[in-house]
Design a protein around this ligand. Structure first.
Ligand SMILES: [Zn+2]
Length: 246
């Protein structure tokens, strides 16, 4: 698979005939796993691929939504991450306001009303693009989902590693769940909700710190904990709804 990807990378990147150069670059980027290799391939290729408008064939700049010649909406590029789609810098720490502004701008540009007079194919692309923008926004807007997505870009899918969870931590979670099951009064539920929120806020800061330091393993451990507290938050929300607690 690696050999195949390597061959493809050389052709796509236009670095044919300089295998040494590509190898050196990949080595320097710290490529230890296949998924990391593929991430680097995507990054390299996106710098070199010459995109063409699907309708008129003219050259398209990487980040352009529309063809400058025929004004047709372009298909979303498969190599784009959610960060690329929303035009924000990749990283755990994102500015909420910036993210929301970019999201609204894009949804405005992709609004179905703007495509009502266009042909069926372009209308379909606008719907796909809009769905992708929604998915990117909902993922990057939530700290837990954003962290899990960054791990995914590093080739790590967290649910596979639950066995590594510290038993003492699991005991604490179980205890909180029991407290929740026994909560009789609205103020008990609210107290548990506030306590859970404080823990989530603290863990969000911890995970930001880990990503900032480039410590993916530490980020993974914190995100694993966040997954448990997020389940508790969902239980509390459900309980409040059923009991009619404001
Ligand atoms: Zn065009």
């Amino acid at each position: 698979m690696l050999a195949q990807a390597f061959g493809k990378l050389r052709i796509l990147s236009g670095l044919e005939g300089s295998r040494k150069e590509v190898s050196y670059y990949i080595h320097k980027q710290g490529c230890h796993t296949t998924s990391k290799f593929l991430t680097i391939c995507r990054k390299l290729c996106s710098n070199y691929i010459q995109h063409q408008c699907w309708k008129c064939g003219s050259e398209i700049q990487n980040s352009s939504l529309f063809c400058s010649l025929c004004s047709t909406l372009q298909k979303p590029d498969e190599s784009m991450t959610y960060f690329d789609i929303l035009h924000i810098k990749q990283g755990f720490e994102v500015e909420d306001e910036d993210l929301t502004t970019k999201y609204r701008q894009l949804q405005n540009v992709l609004h179905p009303d703007r495509f009502s007079v266009k042909n069926a194919e372009e209308r379909k692309i606008s719907e796909q693009y809009s769905a992708l923008v929604n998915k990117a926004y909902s993922t990057l807007h939530q700290p837990l989902a954003r962290g899990l997505y960054i791990l995914h870009l590093h080739g790590i899918n967290l649910h596979e590693d639950t066995r590594e969870t510290d038993p003492q931590f699991l005991a604490e979670i179980m205890e909180t769940n029991e407290e929740l099951a026994e909560a009789q009064h609205p103020h008990d539920v609210r107290r548990l909700e506030n306590a859970n929120k404080s823990v989530m806020d603290k863990l969000t800061k911890d995970v930001a710190k880990a990503f900032r330091a480039g410590d993916i393993d530490a980020a993974k451990q914190v995100l694993l904990k966040m997954k448990y507290y997020s389940s508790i938050a969902a239980r509390i929300k459900d309980l409040k709804q059923k009991a009619g607690i404001e």
